[in-house]
Design a protein around this ligand. Structure first.
Ligand code: SF4
Ligand code: SF4
Length: 124
């Protein structure tokens, strides 16, 4: 497995949070409630024609679902960790953001999904 993903913790939660960027207004309600501060705002000045939005550091998300519950715009969905890369691949966002980050985000999500699946296997 590639280094990095999942290293920070022992056991992955069964669900992780994904932000669908097109629904996100950047209101920051989710940032306020996240107990591990793993939601971050994408700086608006990088993307002048667009409203700001947030993204999630999936390697630190503990799957508590508080952000999903508090988002006023239904922009966050809890998705099964084993398939989180599929959701990340289609979560959208401004083209300039996706150009820079899409591959890295999907790769990290895939590594977490693989690690989660490994953790579900019974030990020999
Ligand atoms: S599920 Fe919990 S830990 Fe994960 S991003 Fe949302 S509030 Fe933070
Ligand atoms: S609460 Fe919802 S709309 Fe507000 S910043 Fe978070 S994901 Fe975006």
């Amino acid at each position: 497995m590639a280094k990095g993903a999942g290293k920070a913790r022992k056991k992955l939660p069964k669900e992780l949070a994904v932000v669908y960027a097109d629904n996100c207004t950047g209101c920051e309600a989710c940032i306020e409630v996240c107990p591990v501060d793993c939601i971050y705002k994408i700086p608006g000045e990088d993307l002048p024609p667009l409203q700001s939005f947030v993204d999630i550091d999936l390697e630190r998300c503990i799957g508590c679902a508080l952000c999903e519950r508090w988002c006023p715009w239904d922009a966050i969905e809890m998705v099964p960790t084993a398939r989180v890369h599929e959701a990340v691949a289609i979560k959208g966002g401004p083209p300039s953001y996706l150009e820079k980050n899409h591959e890295r985000l999907v790769q990290t999500a895939r590594q977490l999904a693989e690690l989660y699946s490994e953790q579900q296997m019974p030990k020999a």
